[in-house]
Write a new protein. Structure first.
Length: 182
């Protein structure tokens, strides 16, 4: 957990803004939906969670950000899963002006926890839990729409991969949030 906290603090120190103007900063948050893919989809159902974000603009088109999130995936085949991603992101804005389309790349650490409970009827049950923290990457895009008084709405989607020993876990993430320019 100390490693996760250290990475998050470093990400916040490096992070970037919603308006992507040089030196501009913003904070934001939003709701995330997760759709597990591949073998991860065999043991995890639909996910729901949240994300907090800090962003710092390097210039008019490029921003760096740090984020901390949590996604709880619904139980599937007697297994429940959750993910705690701590990410550093680079966001490139393709369009200038009011409403802006962007592409984004993420890298960081994700702690993935799973719990299982298998019942054998009158013969008892077996249960267990496990957690691992691994390097994760992601890429995607979205649209940022300004509102009145330093607020903007942020809608996006992306593909996220948690790289584990012996394989990987992946999910499609969809998010809707709001940012406030500092």
């Amino acid at each position: 957990m100390k490693k996760l906290l250290s990475v998050f603090v470093i990400a916040l120190c490096l992070a970037g803004t919603a308006s992507a103007q040089q030196g501009a900063m913003s904070v934001g948050g939003g709701l995330n939906l997760g759709l597990p893919m591949g073998t991860f989809g065999d043991v995890a159902g639909f996910g729901f969670g949240f994300q907090a974000r800090f962003q710092y603009g390097l210039n008019d088109q490029l921003a760096l950000a740090g984020s901390l999130g949590y996604i709880s995936f619904s139980e599937k085949n007697s297994v429940s899963s959750s993910a705690l991603p701590i990410l550093v992101s680079a966001r490139y804005y393709f369009t200038p002006g009011e409403g802006r389309v962007y592409g984004q790349a993420d890298a960081g650490l994700t702690s993935l926890s799973q719990t299982f409970n298998i019942s054998f009827g009158g013969f008892g049950s077996v249960s267990g839990t496990g957690s691992t923290t691994n390097f994760s990457i992601g890429f995607g895009g979205g649209y940022e729409m300004p509102l009145a008084n330093k607020w903007s709405l942020d809608f996006g989607a992306g593909y996220n991969i948690i790289l584990a020993s012996g394989g990987s876990f992946s999910y499609i993430g969809i998010r809707a949030g709001a940012n406030y320019a500092l």
